[in-house]
Design a binder for this molecule. Structure first.
Ligand code: ADP
Ligand code: MG
Length: 478
């Protein structure tokens, strides 16, 4: 009697079910679909390449025996693998692979009765548990203080922040998958990544959220290869509901790890799981990362974190002070926000040193102390004053509101103040002419160049003007 492929597969499943744990059966056999039986060859469809490899590596013996029992000694099995890019196309692409491509790793002998995997139930090892070291919480690796509450919102981060927030409300269900957050260092990628994880965990305590740095991921992978637990490693990552992977640029030139990440990515994405990725560059600019991986990164949303404006820097300092329960005079807060504009981590560093100095030496926090500390800080690190600070000093000096620099007015005094701001920005910052123009009334680089020449001319020809410039120079260097 000719059985249909469904019946044959159902019979196989009955045997398999009796020989492995329920959990394994659910994971590895329930997702399989029988496709056809022809000339004693049963074709089954498996969801991914990885799935096929796993079956071949762990269940080949069991499968072979079962098939032979159902289809006779000449019975064979073929896989139809749903390819990774199937979800880009309307029709699922499949490839067929005959069974037995890979050497069986367990029980190479085919002999009844079957009791292969019973009593051999192995937990998937968790790469976060380092033997002999303390157990790390698998649930998250999240840092509590890096919450949305502590993440100050500003124009510089609005898009990334709201996308992150949306993702945390509905992981895997928004079109922001993956959510790719990029910026230069010190602008809040890691903080935002944790905030998303914490918020998601809060909303969905049953979901497995995992934060991992790319560096950690690479080390775990190397260890897994060394310990021959490569598949366990992949399997562990494929169980995550929200995977946050920080500083993905670290994968550059690490081809093997990229490959494994590619499979994990596809699996999670296909299963509707959420990925959050951070990087120091947008996907298009990532060097040394395979194109197929880069194209994945572009599927969702890429959002950048920009330099925080003055208001946001003030808000960030105030938030930290509030959280630490410390008071600081307003002018010191302002000075700090004016002086350090390119890196929030450095801004925090300067704040911490001022607080430390004041506590250690039992000195009050004064402008004087702040200047000493920031001077050291700025000289040691950024070595430049910001365009914002220059504008503030110049406007204060001439008694004009700060907004005047960015206004459209062509009043002579304002034009001159704007030109001075451009001149000092060119002299004291590393910003490009285009950036300077952008920050000084949205002008182009030619206007900035013209302004610098005008100021130089005026210094040479106008005594009063020269005094202004000299005064300003001193004020900028206090
Ligand atoms: P990155 O990962 O981009 O190098 P981090 O996330 O480590 O940057 O941020 C550096 C520091 O700045 C952290 O201490 C973080 O808490 C703080 N920070 C960054 N952005 C914000 C923000 N919007 N609000 C409050 N703190 C921030
Ligand atoms: Mg970081």
């Amino acid at each position: 009697m000719d059985n249909t492929h469904t019946e044959i597969w159902e019979n196989c499943l009955k045997i398999i079910k009796d020989n492995i744990s329920f959990q394994k059966f659910k994971t590895w056999f329930e997702p399989i679909r029988p496709l056809k039986v022809e000339d004693n060859v049963l074709t089954i469809q498996v969801p991914s390449q990885f799935f096929y490899e796993w079956l071949e590596e762990h269940y080949i013996t069991l499968l072979k025996k079962t098939i032979k029992q159902e289809l006779g000694v000449n019975g064979r099995l073929e896989y139809s693998i749903v390819m990774d890019n199937s979800f880009e196309n309307a029709d699922p692409l499949t490839v067929t692979a005959p069974t037995g491509n890979k050497p069986a790793t367990q029980n190479p002998d085919i002999s009844m009765p079957i009791d292969l995997n019973k009593g051999n139930v192995k937990e998937i090892p968790n790469p976060f548990i380092i033997p002999g070291l303390k157990k790390i919480n698998v649930q998250s690796q999240l840092i509590d203080s890096y919450s949305f509450d502590n993440f100050v919102e500003g124009d510089c981060n609005r898009l990334a922040r709201s996308a992150g927030y949306a993702v945390a409300q509905n992981p895997g269900k928004t079109s922001f998958n993956p959510l790719f957050i990029y910026s230069p260092t010190g602008l809040g990628k890691t903080h935002l990544a944790h905030a998303i994880g914490l918020e998601a965990k809060n909303n969905y305590p049953e979901k497995t959220v995992l934060y991992v740095s790319t560096e950690q991921f690479i080390h775990q992978f190397i260890d897994a290869v060394r310990n021959n637990s490569h598949n366990d490693f992949i399997h562990f990552y494929q169980m995550i509901d929200l995977l946050i992977i920080d500083d993905i640029h670290g994968l550059a030139a690490k081809e093997k790890t990229q490959n494994v990440f590619f499979h994990i990515f596809n699996h999670l994405h296909q299963k509707g799981k959420q990925l959050v990725i951070t990087s120091d560059k947008p996907p298009v600019e990532l060097k040394g990362v395979e194109t197929r991986l880069l194209s994945r990164f572009k599927w969702g949303l890429a959002a950048d974190l920009q330099l925080p404006d003055f208001e946001t820097r003030m808000a960030i300092i105030r938030k930290k002070l509030y959280n630490d329960g410390v008071n600081m005079p307003d002018d010191v807060v302002e000075y700090l926000a004016y002086s350090i504009s390119t890196n929030i981590r450095e801004l925090e560093g300067a704040l911490v040193s001022i607080l430390a100095q004041s506590t250690l030496n039992k000195k009050a926090i004064t402008m004087e102390l702040a200047r000493q500390m920031i001077d050291k800080f700025v000289k040691n690190t950024a070595k430049e004053i910001s365009i914002d600070y220059i504008q503030k000093v110049i406007c204060d000096y001439f008694g004009l509101p700060l907004e005047s620099i960015n206004s459209k007015t062509r009043k002579r005094e304002i034009v001159q103040v704007r030109q001075l701001a451009m001149y000092f920005a060119k002299k004291h910052t590393k910003s490009s002419l285009a950036t300077i123009g952008h920050h000084c009334g949205n002008k182009d680089h030619a206007t900035v160049l013209h302004a610098c020449r005008t100021v130089v001319n005026l210094i040479e020809t106008d005594k009063q003007f020269r005094t202004y410039v000299e005064d300003l120079e001193k004020k900028l260097r206090i």
